[in-house]
Design a protein around this ligand. Sequence first.
Ligand SMILES: *Cc1c(COP(=O)(O)O)cnc(C)c1O
Length: 216
Amino acid sequence: MSLIENLRIIKESLPENVTLVAVSKTKPVEDIQILYNAGQLDFGENRVQELVSKYEVLPKNIRWHLIGHLQKNKVKYIAEFVQLIHSIDSKDLLNEVNKQAQKHGRIINCLLQIRIADEETKFGMEKEEAQLILNHCKTEYPFVNIIGLMGMATFTEDENQVRSEFRILKNYFDYFKAYYPGLKILSMGMSGDYEIAIEEGSNMVRVGSAIFGSRN
Ligand SMILES: *Cc1c(COP(=O)(O)O)cnc(C)c1O
């Protein structure tokens, strides 16, 4: 099936309140351009270098999402244009984003990545650390706007486990939101689990292979 057809089918299956981030990592700019021409504006990448080189050649109204683990020393390369950083996993990183945002005269939207998976390899912070950051973000990080949470479920066939991990994150989200009404986005769900994520309250899904085909 064609890229556009894949996109259309997924978009039609999403509730109106759910934003689709098309995850274009490892895929050529030509593929992105095709989807852009079909009206898709939100794209996600997980590597800074790849993100920057795609940003440079593609239309400037694309909204670029950084979804993967971000090293502090690379924030400076994306600070000028990134739409949303999904993967804030430490205070240190947030500090650097704040610094680079100030330097570029803008406020950068961020999500706190929470570790919900049962896998050591996945990044993210604990609920307590997120709580501490949210308590102080207005004064400590004035050039950062924390607008939500992100999480990745365990890579497993066990749908019940995936569902319960998403449910935990949704509970954190609701809990924090009561204190910080600025939290609007709950980014959870990928190609293999976005339907479950939406059932559990996601309003932003990051879908790659189901649109672009599998990656090598
Ligand atoms: C690669 C990636 C995705 C998309 O994965 P698919 O399974 O191809 O949909 C989503 N989120 C993050 C953080 C990723 O790195």
